[in-house]
Design a protein around this ligand. Structure first.
Ligand code: CTP
Length: 409
């Protein structure tokens, strides 16, 4: 699919971009350029803080419209009142969405032009958060995020990486092309590809699980969640209603996907079963096989030369889903193996009574858990298919092709 095809859903869309006051405001200029390239009409409103970083004139030059900066500009109000502007928009995008702006949006404040526009519009809202990673991880921000998500706000990013203050962590504004792609795939815009999963409910698990040993330590694994997220994105793009149950990862929620964040295997188990019934379950998460028998309330102190952990098996979510009475059309598992890939994968296919298992070899230099690309082989009762090394986003599309084939087999 060419770049133009991917964003063609944006052609003719009227987008209102609200720019918040963060250093990432400069990236919003590039966002305007890309949205217009995709054929959208863009008007821009800025908070007072945003104007400390970028001038309204820069946005005006790129959008071709007067940039709105205040509620109290009688000239601009006469040309198009703010209520009219809020009504004009097919979609409102807030980028960067600072912690303060997210809080004001979550609480329905209307104390400046941007928050007033967001409250006055009935158009769907997309936010792209950007802030210091500690502000992002603060319980207050996470609670505001949950409120906004529950209200149906599409959230793009933030990404993980170096931040302006020389620190690193989740808080970087998603790249303009990621925001454009998320908008292009957002519900309410024209679908951009085959809708061969339309009407189906799909539950996907992704990422690692963390099993807490004490308040500061946990048992985890190196799963990045990229494969599961790519599968969820691909399925949503093709018309499925997707619930993504995600372990602790810092990845943007794919467009059109309902995300449930969990930490432990037990929480993932509960979230998966809460998301059923479904037509398809895809277990892409690297679920911990063992968890501490007793959660320890206080930090474990070092006292002796060795320490034995008392661990118990976690519920096998995949096997339980496959065994339950509500008949799913297809249950897909994953197997990460270091050796004898085909043999172990086929054993799991049978033991867990799966319809399909996707195996990949881990422990090799290129590919596997943390990589952006991978090679894998899918096995089913009387067949198999190998997927050559490719970016995980492509592999996800190819795997969904196979899933559609197996559904219709
Ligand atoms: N899985 C699960 N719940 C668990 C453990 C695994 O749902 N408690 C799922 C994973 O999502 C994945 C598949 O089972 O789809 C992996 O199978 P598993 O037998 O757990 O693989 P390994 O952990 O690699 O098993 P082993 O160490 O025995 O090879």
């Amino acid at each position: 699919m060419s770049g133009a095809d991917k964003t063609s859903g944006l052609a003719g869309q009227r987008l209102l971009l609200c720019v918040g006051g963060g250093i990432a405001a400069y990236k919003a200029l590039e966002l305007v350029r890309r949205l217009r390239e995709a054929g959208a009409e863009v008007q821009v409103a800025m908070t007072a803080g945003a104007q400390q970083f970028v001038t309204p004139l820069s946005f005006q030059a790129l959008s071709g419209h007067v940039t709105r900066t205040t509620l109290w500009d009688s000239g601009a109000e006469q040309a198009m009142g703010h209520i009219e502007l809020a009504r004009w928009a097919d979609r409102v995008i807030v980028a960067p969405a600072t912690a303060d702006l997210m809080a004001r949006l979550a609480h329905g404040l209307a104390d400046d032009l941007v928050t007033t526009l967001c409250l006055a519009t009935t158009a769907p809202l997309t936010i792209a958060p950007a802030m210091n990673h500690r502000m992002w991880q603060h319980a207050a921000t996470q609670a505001n995020l949950a409120t906004l998500r529950a209200r149906g706000v599409q959230v793009v990013g933030p990404n993980d990486g170096p931040l302006a203050e020389g620190e690193s962590g989740p808080g970087r504004l998603a790249e303009p092309e990621e925001i454009v792609a998320a908008l292009a795939g957002a519900p309410g815009l024209a679908p951009t590809g085959p809708q061969d999963l339309a009407g189906l409910n799909i539950v996907v698990s992704a990422g690692p699980t963390y099993e807490d040993l004490d308040p500061v330590r946990y048992l985890g694994n190196r799963s990045s969640g990229k494969m599961g997220f790519a599968i969820a994105a691909s399925a949503a793009k093709r018309g499925a209603r997707v619930t993504l149950v995600a372990g602790p990862v810092h990845l943007a929620t794919p467009a059109g996907v309902t995300r449930v964040d969990v930490r432990s295997a037990a929480q993932m188990h509960d979230a998966v079963f809460a998301a059923l019934p479904a037509d398809i379950y895809i277990g892409a998460a690297a679920v911990a096989d063992y968890t501490p028998r007793e959660p320890v309330a206080n930090k474990i102190k070092k006292s002796s030369e060795s320490l034995a952990l008392d661990l118990v098996r976690t519920p096998d979510i995949l096997a339980k889903v496959a065994a339950q009475t509500q008949a799913l059309k297809l249950v897909v598992g994953f197997a990460a193996e270091t050796n004898n890939v085909a043999e172990y994968a086929r054993k799991k296919l049978e033991a867990k009574r799966l319809d399909l298992i996707v195996a990949n070899r881990v422990g090799i230099a290129d590919g596997g858990f943390e990589s952006d690309q991978n090679a894998m082989t899918a096995y089913w009762k009387d067949g198999e298919r190998s997927f050559a090394t490719a970016p995980k986003t492509r592999l996800a599309d190819e795997l969904i092709d196979l899933i559609v084939e197996r559904l219709n087999a």
